[in-house]
Write a protein that binds this ligand. Structure first.
Ligand SMILES: Cc1cc2nc3c(=O)[nH]c(=O)nc-3n(C[C@H](O)[C@H](O)[C@H](O)COP(=O)(O)OP(=O)(O)OC[C@H]3O[C@@H](n4cnc5c(N)ncnc54)[C@H](O)[C@@H]3O)c2cc1C
Length: 315
């Protein structure tokens, strides 16, 4: 059977499962953020899938998996498509499975949430916050990325300072996977066994549901401290971390990036290096005092406002 015949037969057997095959849609769904890299951009920019399927339920995912195996078509799984190494790019054409319709929060209780893999991380965090809890960590692509894509393709992120990496014990405790076989299996992995599919880029199964730890929510204060030297910025962040300061994020940003943070305007001048931070309210005074103790320093929130209501004059 040729690829065209296999695809036609696949489409005919989809029996109502939603799919798209128009050129613009295919082009958009065949890319992630690989274009950050000029090397990957040269290698991947022309790669295209031939069909996008959008299952609405685990049953539809299972039906698609069986058809993929029957017609021996290449399959690329896709969440929010925010990976930056081309993990979502269909190298051999074939079918792209968009998992974003699997977005239901199945169970939420103290310290735990079980959710379908295609749920956007921002929506999931909002659902957790409605119960007074929050996610342990998320990538900076929180708005678009899915929780399944994070587990299959990510590693850690904002919050990791406090809670470690995704792979650390207890952070992800349950994953349900569908295999790609003519008779797909449903495999439930618990605790350490989740490592078999965590960070495997969907190459050994389709993640359809995950169980994650939650922690009591904190009303994090977004702030930034500026330093006269990257070394001063790093020393401040290291000492804050070693001193157990309760932060969700401490990220050093070198002065050459300053012009790209346009919303900060004058608050992030090109002659200063920054620590971007999310600080617990109870720690803000300590954060400020320790930053200022290291020399001239200016603090502002993520809108470029000074959180202490003081003028923007450099201290
Ligand atoms: C500016 C920027 C900042 C980023 N910051 C971080 C960060 O701090 N930490 C971090 O870890 N990553 C980061 N990333 C990478 C990426 O955004 C995250 O890992 C994100 O969580 C991926 O989720 P996604 O839904 O977009 O996954 P996708 O890009 O859609 O997929 C990622 C991988 O997982 C596979 N996959 C997707 N869904 C499933 C599924 N249901 N079952 C099996 N496999 C699946 C895909 O085939 C692909 O291999 C960043 C990327 C950018 C562009």
């Amino acid at each position: 059977m040729t690829r065209t015949q296999a695809l036609d037969a696949f489409k005919a057997d989809l029996a109502g499962i939603r799919f798209h095959d128009d050129a613009n849609y295919l082009s958009a769904r065949s890319k992630d953020y690989f274009w950050y890299s000029p090397i990957l951009n040269d290698l991947l920019q022309d790669k295209l899938g031939e069909l996008v399927v959008v299952p609405q339920s685990v049953e539809e995912v299972t039906a698609v998996a069986a058809l993929i195996a029957r017609y021996k078509l290449p399959l690329t799984l896709r969440g929010g498509g925010t990976g930056n190494y081309g993990q979502c790019v269909p190298l051999e054409g074939g079918v792209i499975m968009d998992l974003t319709r699997l977005d239901k929060v199945r169970e939420i209780r103290e310290g735990y949430v079980r959710v379908e893999a295609g749920a956007r991380i921002s929506r999931l965090d909002e659902a957790a916050r409605e119960t007074g809890q929050e996610l342990l960590m998320y990538p900076s692509t929180r708005q678009m990325a899915t929780i399944g894509g994070f587990i299959a393709g990510g590693s850690g992120g904002i919050g990791s300072l406090r809670h470690g990496m995704l792979r650390d014990p207890g952070n992800v405790s349950y994953i349900k996977v569908i295999t790609v076989e003519e008779n797909p299996q449903v495999i439930e992995l618990r605790d350490d066994a989740i490592q078999k599919v965590q960070h495997a880029y969907g190459t050994n199964g389709i993640v359809v549901e995950v169980g994650l730890a939650l922690t009591p929510a904190t009303d994090w204060i977004h702030t930034a401290a500026l330093f006269d030297g990257y070394d001063h910025a790093l020393r401040f962040a290291t000492s804050a971390q070693e001193g157990g300061m309760d932060c969700y994020l401490l990220t050093a940003v070198e002065r050459r990036f300053a012009p790209y943070y346009t919303k900060f305007g004058d608050y992030f001048p090109a002659d200063r290096d920054a620590i971007f931070a999310m600080v617990a309210p109870s720690e803000l005074a300590r954060f400020t005092a320790e930053a200022e103790a290291r020399g001239p320093c200016l603090l502002c929130d993520d809108q470029g406002r000074n959180p202490r209501g003081r003028s923007s004059a450099r201290l």
